[in-house]
Write a protein that binds this ligand. Sequence first.
Ligand code: FMN
Length: 328
Amino acid sequence: MRLKNLAIPAGAVFAPMAGLSDAACRHLMAAHGAVWTVSEMASAKAITYGDAKSVALLRDTLYGGPNGLFAAQLFGAEPDTVAGAIGILRDKGVKFDLLDLNMGCPAPKITAGGAGSRLLLDPALCGRMVAAARRALGDDTPLTVKMRLGWDAGHCTAVEVAKACEAAGADLLTVHGRTREQMYAPPVDAAAIAAVKRAVRIPVLANGDITTPGSALAILQTTGCDGVMIGRGALGDPWLFERVNAALAGEPVPPPPTLAQKMAAMRQQIYDMCEDKGEWTAMPQARGHAMHYMKKLRGAAALRRYCSMLEHFSDVDRLIDAAFRCQE
Ligand SMILES: Cc1cc2nc3c(=O)[nH]c(=O)nc-3n(C[C@H](O)[C@H](O)[C@H](O)COP(=O)(O)O)c2cc1C
Protein backbone atom coordinates (compact mmCIF):
# COMPACT_ATOMS: atom_id res chain seq x y z
CA MET A 1 0.00 0.00 0.00
CA ARG A 2 1.17 3.53 -0.72
CA LEU A 3 -0.14 6.58 1.16
CA LYS A 4 1.20 9.83 -0.32
CA ASN A 5 4.96 9.24 -0.52
CA LEU A 6 4.94 6.60 2.18
CA ALA A 7 5.42 2.97 1.15
CA ILE A 8 3.57 0.82 3.66
CA PRO A 9 4.63 -2.82 3.95
CA ALA A 10 1.92 -5.48 4.07
CA GLY A 11 0.67 -6.45 7.51
CA ALA A 12 -1.57 -5.55 10.40
CA VAL A 13 -1.62 -2.17 12.17
CA PHE A 14 -1.57 -1.71 15.97
CA ALA A 15 -4.55 0.28 17.27
CA PRO A 16 -4.34 3.36 19.49
CA MET A 17 -5.42 2.66 23.07
CA ALA A 18 -5.33 5.48 25.58
CA GLY A 19 -3.50 4.43 28.74
CA LEU A 20 -2.05 1.35 27.03
CA SER A 21 -0.38 2.06 23.67
CA ASP A 22 2.55 4.01 25.07
CA ALA A 23 5.98 4.01 23.41
CA ALA A 24 7.12 0.79 25.11
CA CYS A 25 3.99 -1.02 23.99
CA ARG A 26 4.16 0.36 20.46
CA HIS A 27 7.81 -0.57 20.02
CA LEU A 28 7.10 -4.10 21.20
CA MET A 29 4.23 -4.47 18.72
CA ALA A 30 6.37 -3.05 15.92
CA ALA A 31 9.15 -5.51 16.76
CA HIS A 32 6.60 -8.30 16.26
CA GLY A 33 5.46 -6.99 12.90
CA ALA A 34 2.90 -4.21 13.38
CA VAL A 35 3.43 -2.13 10.23
CA TRP A 36 2.46 1.05 11.94
CA THR A 37 1.49 1.97 15.45
CA VAL A 38 -0.61 4.87 16.69
CA SER A 39 -0.03 7.10 19.69
CA GLU A 40 -2.52 7.39 22.50
CA MET A 41 -5.01 10.09 21.56
CA ALA A 42 -4.04 13.65 22.45
CA SER A 43 -6.36 16.63 22.77
CA ALA A 44 -5.97 19.21 20.00
CA LYS A 45 -7.45 21.84 22.29
CA ALA A 46 -5.01 21.07 25.11
CA ILE A 47 -2.13 21.35 22.66
CA THR A 48 -3.32 24.77 21.51
CA TYR A 49 -3.50 25.78 25.21
CA GLY A 50 0.16 24.87 25.58
CA ASP A 51 -0.25 21.61 27.51
CA ALA A 52 3.16 19.92 27.46
CA LYS A 53 1.80 16.51 28.54
CA SER A 54 -0.44 16.33 25.48
CA VAL A 55 2.46 17.13 23.20
CA ALA A 56 4.60 14.54 25.00
CA LEU A 57 1.99 11.83 24.27
CA LEU A 58 2.72 12.35 20.58
CA ARG A 59 6.49 12.23 20.82
CA ASP A 60 7.75 8.77 19.98
CA THR A 61 10.89 8.38 22.05
CA LEU A 62 12.59 6.14 19.49
CA TYR A 63 11.10 7.71 16.37
CA GLY A 64 12.93 6.75 13.21
CA GLY A 65 14.52 3.64 14.72
CA PRO A 66 13.57 0.12 13.74
CA ASN A 67 10.10 0.66 15.14
CA GLY A 68 7.95 0.70 12.05
CA LEU A 69 5.91 3.70 11.07
CA PHE A 70 4.33 5.97 13.65
CA ALA A 71 0.99 7.79 13.55
CA ALA A 72 0.12 10.60 15.94
CA GLN A 73 -3.56 10.74 16.87
CA LEU A 74 -5.49 13.90 17.72
CA PHE A 75 -9.02 14.33 18.98
CA GLY A 76 -10.92 17.56 18.78
CA ALA A 77 -14.25 19.10 17.88
CA GLU A 78 -13.28 22.18 15.89
CA PRO A 79 -11.44 22.25 12.56
CA ASP A 80 -9.43 25.35 13.47
CA THR A 81 -8.27 23.82 16.74
CA VAL A 82 -7.05 20.67 15.03
CA ALA A 83 -5.23 22.74 12.42
CA GLY A 84 -3.70 24.89 15.18
CA ALA A 85 -2.54 21.81 17.07
CA ILE A 86 -0.88 20.38 13.96
CA GLY A 87 0.93 23.68 13.45
CA ILE A 88 2.21 23.57 17.05
CA LEU A 89 3.37 19.96 16.68
CA ARG A 90 5.29 20.98 13.56
CA ASP A 91 6.82 24.01 15.32
CA LYS A 92 7.91 21.83 18.23
CA GLY A 93 9.51 19.31 15.91
CA VAL A 94 7.23 16.42 16.90
CA LYS A 95 7.87 13.74 14.31
CA PHE A 96 5.28 11.35 12.91
CA ASP A 97 4.78 9.48 9.65
CA LEU A 98 0.99 9.73 9.57
CA LEU A 99 -1.56 11.92 11.33
CA ASP A 100 -4.76 10.24 12.52
CA LEU A 101 -8.00 11.98 13.51
CA ASN A 102 -10.10 10.32 16.19
CA MET A 103 -13.78 10.08 15.20
CA GLY A 104 -14.58 7.02 17.27
CA CYS A 105 -13.89 7.54 20.95
CA PRO A 106 -17.07 6.75 22.91
CA ALA A 107 -15.93 8.10 26.31
CA PRO A 108 -18.41 10.66 27.69
CA LYS A 109 -15.63 13.05 28.71
CA ILE A 110 -14.59 13.21 25.03
CA THR A 111 -18.01 13.15 23.36
CA ALA A 112 -19.40 15.79 25.77
CA GLY A 113 -17.00 18.25 24.18
CA GLY A 114 -18.21 17.31 20.69
CA ALA A 115 -15.14 15.19 19.83
CA GLY A 116 -14.56 11.48 19.18
CA SER A 117 -17.62 9.55 18.04
CA ARG A 118 -19.84 12.61 18.63
CA LEU A 119 -18.49 13.97 15.32
CA LEU A 120 -20.23 11.11 13.50
CA LEU A 121 -23.56 12.91 14.04
CA ASP A 122 -22.34 15.62 11.66
CA PRO A 123 -20.69 14.21 8.52
CA ALA A 124 -20.16 17.69 7.05
CA LEU A 125 -18.21 18.71 10.17
CA CYS A 126 -16.12 15.53 9.79
CA GLY A 127 -15.25 16.71 6.29
CA ARG A 128 -14.30 20.16 7.58
CA MET A 129 -12.09 18.58 10.25
CA VAL A 130 -10.24 16.60 7.61
CA ALA A 131 -9.95 19.60 5.27
CA ALA A 132 -8.47 21.74 8.06
CA ALA A 133 -6.02 19.01 9.08
CA ARG A 134 -5.06 18.50 5.44
CA ARG A 135 -4.29 22.20 5.00
CA ALA A 136 -2.22 22.30 8.20
CA LEU A 137 -0.32 19.13 7.34
CA GLY A 138 0.56 20.03 3.77
CA ASP A 139 0.34 17.55 0.94
CA ASP A 140 3.04 15.06 1.88
CA THR A 141 1.97 13.53 5.19
CA PRO A 142 -0.73 10.84 5.03
CA LEU A 143 -3.89 11.80 6.90
CA THR A 144 -6.02 8.99 8.28
CA VAL A 145 -9.32 8.86 10.14
CA LYS A 146 -10.38 6.34 12.75
CA MET A 147 -14.15 6.05 13.05
CA ARG A 148 -17.01 3.88 14.24
CA LEU A 149 -20.19 2.96 12.35
CA GLY A 150 -22.13 5.86 13.82
CA TRP A 151 -23.52 7.21 17.06
CA ASP A 152 -26.30 4.65 17.62
CA ALA A 153 -28.62 2.37 15.65
CA GLY A 154 -30.63 5.38 14.52
CA HIS A 155 -27.55 7.26 13.36
CA CYS A 156 -25.33 4.89 11.38
CA THR A 157 -23.59 7.62 9.42
CA ALA A 158 -20.36 5.80 8.57
CA VAL A 159 -20.86 5.85 4.79
CA GLU A 160 -21.64 9.59 4.71
CA VAL A 161 -18.75 10.34 7.08
CA ALA A 162 -16.38 8.22 5.00
CA LYS A 163 -17.37 10.00 1.79
CA ALA A 164 -17.00 13.42 3.42
CA CYS A 165 -13.57 12.52 4.78
CA GLU A 166 -12.41 11.16 1.44
CA ALA A 167 -13.63 14.24 -0.42
CA ALA A 168 -11.81 16.48 2.07
CA GLY A 169 -8.46 14.76 1.61
CA ALA A 170 -8.22 11.75 3.94
CA ASP A 171 -5.86 9.06 2.65
CA LEU A 172 -7.16 6.06 4.61
CA LEU A 173 -9.99 5.18 6.96
CA THR A 174 -10.07 2.68 9.80
CA VAL A 175 -13.55 1.49 10.70
CA HIS A 176 -14.28 -0.07 14.09
CA GLY A 177 -17.42 -2.06 13.33
CA ARG A 178 -19.57 -0.82 16.18
CA THR A 179 -21.59 2.31 16.98
CA ARG A 180 -20.77 4.55 19.91
CA GLU A 181 -23.79 3.16 21.77
CA GLN A 182 -22.37 -0.36 21.43
CA MET A 183 -19.08 0.61 23.09
CA TYR A 184 -16.95 -2.58 22.93
CA ALA A 185 -19.39 -5.43 23.49
CA PRO A 186 -21.69 -6.73 20.72
CA PRO A 187 -20.15 -8.54 17.74
CA VAL A 188 -18.61 -6.34 15.07
CA ASP A 189 -20.89 -5.59 12.10
CA ALA A 190 -18.72 -6.69 9.18
CA ALA A 191 -21.44 -5.93 6.61
CA ALA A 192 -21.49 -2.29 7.75
CA ILE A 193 -17.70 -2.07 7.40
CA ALA A 194 -18.08 -3.55 3.91
CA ALA A 195 -20.55 -0.80 3.01
CA VAL A 196 -17.94 1.83 3.94
CA LYS A 197 -15.30 0.03 1.89
CA ARG A 198 -17.60 0.00 -1.15
CA ALA A 199 -18.43 3.70 -0.74
CA VAL A 200 -14.89 5.08 -1.03
CA ARG A 201 -11.80 4.63 -3.18
CA ILE A 202 -9.19 5.24 -0.48
CA PRO A 203 -7.97 2.21 1.50
CA VAL A 204 -10.04 1.05 4.47
CA LEU A 205 -8.82 -0.97 7.46
CA ALA A 206 -11.26 -3.20 9.33
CA ASN A 207 -11.09 -3.10 13.12
CA GLY A 208 -12.71 -4.85 16.04
CA ASP A 209 -12.26 -8.21 17.78
CA ILE A 210 -9.45 -9.54 15.60
CA THR A 211 -7.73 -12.00 17.90
CA THR A 212 -6.60 -14.81 15.59
CA PRO A 213 -5.26 -15.23 12.04
CA GLY A 214 -8.63 -16.77 11.17
CA SER A 215 -10.60 -13.74 12.36
CA ALA A 216 -8.29 -11.42 10.39
CA LEU A 217 -8.74 -13.43 7.18
CA ALA A 218 -12.50 -13.69 7.74
CA ILE A 219 -13.08 -9.97 8.19
CA LEU A 220 -10.95 -9.17 5.15
CA GLN A 221 -12.93 -11.61 3.08
CA THR A 222 -16.33 -10.34 4.26
CA THR A 223 -15.52 -6.65 4.02
CA GLY A 224 -13.12 -6.48 1.08
CA CYS A 225 -10.99 -4.16 3.22
CA ASP A 226 -7.36 -3.40 2.47
CA GLY A 227 -6.00 -4.39 5.87
CA VAL A 228 -6.74 -4.86 9.53
CA MET A 229 -6.06 -2.93 12.71
CA ILE A 230 -5.64 -4.91 15.93
CA GLY A 231 -5.92 -3.58 19.47
CA ARG A 232 -6.85 -5.61 22.52
CA GLY A 233 -6.00 -8.98 20.98
CA ALA A 234 -2.31 -8.08 20.89
CA LEU A 235 -2.09 -7.01 24.53
CA GLY A 236 0.01 -9.60 26.31
CA ASP A 237 0.39 -11.35 22.94
CA PRO A 238 2.46 -9.22 20.54
CA TRP A 239 3.13 -12.46 18.59
CA LEU A 240 -0.40 -12.06 17.24
CA PHE A 241 1.11 -9.71 14.63
CA GLU A 242 3.48 -12.44 13.45
CA ARG A 243 0.68 -14.98 13.23
CA VAL A 244 -1.74 -12.62 11.45
CA ASN A 245 0.90 -11.28 9.06
CA ALA A 246 1.94 -14.82 8.12
CA ALA A 247 -1.68 -15.76 7.44
CA LEU A 248 -2.20 -12.61 5.36
CA ALA A 249 0.88 -13.48 3.31
CA GLY A 250 -0.33 -17.07 2.83
CA GLU A 251 2.63 -18.39 4.81
CA PRO A 252 2.64 -21.00 7.59
CA VAL A 253 1.47 -19.49 10.87
CA PRO A 254 4.17 -19.68 13.56
CA PRO A 255 3.36 -21.52 16.79
CA PRO A 256 2.24 -19.51 19.83
CA PRO A 257 4.99 -18.27 22.20
CA THR A 258 6.30 -20.29 25.13
CA LEU A 259 5.77 -19.11 28.70
CA ALA A 260 9.45 -18.12 28.89
CA GLN A 261 9.09 -15.96 25.77
CA LYS A 262 5.95 -14.32 27.15
CA MET A 263 7.49 -13.56 30.50
CA ALA A 264 10.64 -12.15 28.86
CA ALA A 265 8.50 -9.87 26.67
CA MET A 266 6.48 -8.67 29.67
CA ARG A 267 9.62 -7.98 31.67
CA GLN A 268 11.20 -6.02 28.81
CA GLN A 269 8.01 -4.04 28.17
CA ILE A 270 7.71 -3.02 31.82
CA TYR A 271 11.43 -2.23 31.96
CA ASP A 272 11.06 0.03 28.91
CA MET A 273 8.03 1.73 30.48
CA CYS A 274 10.07 2.45 33.64
CA GLU A 275 12.94 3.80 31.57
CA ASP A 276 10.58 6.01 29.60
CA LYS A 277 8.44 7.52 32.34
CA GLY A 278 9.97 6.48 35.64
CA GLU A 279 8.95 3.63 37.93
CA TRP A 280 6.46 5.77 39.89
CA THR A 281 4.34 6.52 36.81
CA ALA A 282 5.05 3.31 34.94
CA MET A 283 4.30 0.62 37.53
CA PRO A 284 0.59 1.40 38.08
CA GLN A 285 0.15 1.39 34.29
CA ALA A 286 2.19 -1.81 34.01
CA ARG A 287 -0.34 -3.71 36.13
CA GLY A 288 -2.90 -3.80 33.31
CA HIS A 289 -0.33 -4.98 30.80
CA ALA A 290 0.93 -7.69 33.17
CA MET A 291 -2.64 -8.98 33.61
CA HIS A 292 -2.93 -9.46 29.86
CA TYR A 293 0.20 -11.65 29.91
CA MET A 294 -1.48 -13.87 32.52
CA LYS A 295 -4.45 -14.66 30.24
CA LYS A 296 -5.04 -18.40 29.83
CA LEU A 297 -2.31 -19.38 32.32
CA ARG A 298 -3.06 -21.88 35.06
CA GLY A 299 -3.70 -19.91 38.25
CA ALA A 300 -4.60 -16.79 36.22
CA ALA A 301 -6.97 -15.42 38.87
CA ALA A 302 -4.31 -15.54 41.62
CA LEU A 303 -1.67 -14.21 39.23
CA ARG A 304 -3.90 -11.28 38.29
CA ARG A 305 -4.21 -10.38 41.97
CA TYR A 306 -0.42 -10.44 42.07
CA CYS A 307 -0.35 -8.10 39.07
CA SER A 308 -2.62 -5.62 40.81
CA MET A 309 0.01 -5.28 43.56
CA LEU A 310 3.01 -4.55 41.33
CA GLU A 311 4.73 -1.50 42.80
CA HIS A 312 8.40 -1.72 41.89
CA PHE A 313 10.13 -3.15 38.88
CA SER A 314 11.72 -5.80 41.11
CA ASP A 315 8.18 -7.14 41.82
CA VAL A 316 7.98 -8.23 38.18
CA ASP A 317 10.54 -11.00 38.74
CA ARG A 318 8.52 -12.30 41.67
CA LEU A 319 5.42 -12.33 39.45
CA ILE A 320 7.33 -14.27 36.80
CA ASP A 321 8.49 -16.83 39.39
CA ALA A 322 4.89 -17.22 40.54
CA ALA A 323 3.67 -17.64 36.96
CA PHE A 324 6.17 -20.46 36.37
CA ARG A 325 5.33 -22.13 39.70
CA CYS A 326 1.60 -22.10 38.84
CA GLN A 327 2.27 -24.06 35.64
CA GLU A 328 4.19 -26.89 37.39
C1 FMN B 1 -8.59 0.91 26.71
C2 FMN B 1 -8.86 1.37 25.32
C3 FMN B 1 -8.41 2.63 24.90
C4 FMN B 1 -8.66 3.07 23.60
N1 FMN B 1 -8.17 4.29 23.21
C5 FMN B 1 -8.33 4.69 21.92
C6 FMN B 1 -7.74 5.89 21.46
O1 FMN B 1 -7.03 6.61 22.19
N2 FMN B 1 -7.97 6.26 20.17
C7 FMN B 1 -8.74 5.49 19.32
O2 FMN B 1 -8.92 5.85 18.15
N3 FMN B 1 -9.28 4.33 19.73
C8 FMN B 1 -9.09 3.91 21.00
N4 FMN B 1 -9.59 2.71 21.39
C9 FMN B 1 -10.29 1.85 20.43
C10 FMN B 1 -9.32 0.84 19.78
O3 FMN B 1 -8.36 1.51 19.00
C11 FMN B 1 -10.07 -0.17 18.88
O4 FMN B 1 -10.77 0.56 17.90
C12 FMN B 1 -11.06 -1.01 19.66
O5 FMN B 1 -10.48 -1.50 20.87
C13 FMN B 1 -11.54 -2.20 18.82
O6 FMN B 1 -10.45 -2.96 18.35
P1 FMN B 1 -9.94 -4.31 19.11
O7 FMN B 1 -11.15 -5.20 19.28
O8 FMN B 1 -8.91 -4.90 18.19
O9 FMN B 1 -9.40 -3.88 20.42
C14 FMN B 1 -9.37 2.25 22.69
C15 FMN B 1 -9.80 1.00 23.12
C16 FMN B 1 -9.56 0.55 24.39
C17 FMN B 1 -10.04 -0.82 24.80
